[in-house]
Design a protein around this ligand. Structure first.
Ligand code: ATR
Length: 469
């Protein structure tokens, strides 16, 4: 007999409200609770219409309102808040009830919570959700990780509320442990990289080609109709089209050039270092946000350096080169992220299906892109192709863009336009496809000053040289 609501949701921020509405639109009954009661009232009064959503004002009543085994989604700020909310509901829930952390939690936290809660007999999922507020309401990409039997308890709901594509719903059981939050973290790392690269293209057009925002918007719009078709290029042309009502100027020209971050890009970069996987473009994107913060320092240094931007009489072929460079950078941003996920899967026992991960990124999420069809095709051919580069189609694709990338970077260098993501993507590609790197030289230096030894290419063994008398 049905005695309670199908699912509960704690945390009525923007994402939580939209997710609750999305679930209710699929015909489920939802209980909601928020620490600040006014938000619950405001939500029920102003956003809930015919949906079956019940606002509860104390935790015992919230828990009691749910059908057993209970399914409770947390959509609260990552970090301490998640622990506090879990602690506060534990006295009221029963063994075999399921808690789902749908925020952007750091994956080691998820691993810790999972171990603690499972030991106490509760079920727990760490679930990445991407798509911003629109996605949460109309269909996000959902990346749940943890025990598969825990996932099966909510699969029906998640599959229905996820974005739907020709290739199925953008939700799948991602893998064991903290797999869901790890995959969401890498998603965000790739997002940082593609966003930075769009801003580099914007900067080249603005500062070297002297193009105004509406013209750049037209370029991005035309790119979005082709191979670069993606959510981030769609929002790029829309952002550049926005006019500030007060001044009549493009709004983007009035926005301070200091980029904020919440940490997922930094964690991706740190995980790359921890797991020994190169993610230079993803890291470059984080560093770019960091350096943007030093506005005063940059302005003063610009005075000293007499920094100027040489204007270039641009041609359509330069714009085409820039588009090919964007494709090159996008491919290699994904390549780095996929390699990181593959290494994490081995290290942490996630058992990720990388082709499935790419599939659920095709809709709903911020990095959805037409290119994912191509990338998925490549990884499907061989799941051990961890950076996508061990495939002639990949190499042909990247080589076909190489001249364009070089020409673009030449203009950027001459015009003092920083393009850290594109530059690092090129160096990453050159390094990852080099049969000979100068690491022999590094080894010689290490052995010189620290007797760290080296191996030789002509005989087996470990060697040390007395480099100086
Ligand atoms: P959004 O960006 O989606 O609007 P947010 O501002 O990060 O979300 O907050 C998400 C939710 O975390 C909010 O519901 C917030 O509750 P309040 O409305 O009471 O602020 C919740 N939250 C943050 N810290 C919390 C804590 N320590 N305990 C319980 N809930 C918390």
């Amino acid at each position: 007999m049905h005695t309670g609501n199908d699912i509960g949701l704690i945390g009525l921020g923007v994402m939580g409200q939209n997710l609750a509405l999305n679930i209710a639109h699929q015909g489920y009954t939802v209980s909601v609770y928020n620490r600040t009661p006014e938000k619950t009232t405001d939500f029920i009064e102003n956003r809930v219409e015919n949906e079956q959503i019940e606002g509860l004002y104390d935790l015992p009543a919230f828990v009691e309102s749910l059908e057993k085994p209970r399914r409770i989604i947390l959509m609260v700020q990552a970090g301490k808040a998640v622990d506090l909310v879990i602690e506060s509901i534990l006295p009221y829930i029963d063994e075999d009830d399921l808690i789902i952390d749908a925020g952007n939690s750091y994956y080691p936290d998820t691993e810790r919570r999972l171990a603690q809660l499972e030991e106490q007999g509760y079920l727990f999922l760490g679930m990445g959700v991407s798509g911003g507020e629109y996605g949460a309401l109309h269909g996000p990409s959902i990346m749940p990780g943890g025990a598969e039997y825990a996932y099966e308890l909510v699969e029906d709901i998640l599959i229905k509320i996820a974005a739907q594509t020709d290739d199925g719903p953008c939700c799948t059981y991602v893998g064991n442990g903290s797999a869901g939050h790890f995959v969401k973290m890498v998603h965000n790392g790739i997002e940082y990289s593609i966003m930075q690269n769009t801003s580099e293209a914007y900067d080249l057009m603005r500062s070297a080609f002297d193009m105004k925002a509406p013209m750049i918007s037209d370029v991005f719009e035309s790119w979005n109709k082709g191979e670069l078709n993606s959510y981030l290029y769609e929002i790029s042309y829309k952002v550049l089209r926005e006019i500030d009502i007060e001044t009549g100027k493009p709004l983007v020209d009035l926005i301070l050039d200091q980029a904020e971050q919440k940490g997922t890009g930094k964690w991706t970069s740190q995980s790359g270092l921890d797991l020994g996987v190169p993610v230079p473009s993803l890291s470059a994107a984080v560093s770019s946000r960091v350096i943007s913060h030093f506005k005063n320092l940059r302005v003063k240094t610009a005075d000293l350096a007499a920094a100027y931007n040489d204007k270039v009489d641009y041609t359509q072929s330069m714009i085409d080169d820039l588009r090919d460079s964007a494709l090159f950078a996008m491919f290699l941003s994904f390549s780095q992220g996929i390699w990181l996920m593959s290494a994490a899967s081995d290290a942490f026992g996630y058992e990720l299906d990388l082709a499935e991960v790419l599939r659920i990124w095709k809709g709903g999420c911020i990095i959805r892109a037409k290119m994912l069809n191509f990338l998925q095709e490549i990884i499907k051919e061989d799941q051990t192709n961890v950076n996508l580069l061990l495939n002639t189609k990949s190499i042909q694709y990247l080589e076909s863009k190489l001249d364009a990338v070089n020409r673009t970077l030449e203009i950027a260098r001459m015009s003092r336009i920083p393009m850290p993501v594109l530059s690092s993507a090129l160096d990453y590609y050159f390094s990852a496809s080099a049969s000979n790197l100068p690491a022999n030289f590094i080894q010689a230096q290490r052995d010189f000053f620290g007797a760290h030894t080296y191996q030789r290419i002509d005989k087996k063994g470990v060697f040390h040289t007395e480099w100086e008398e």
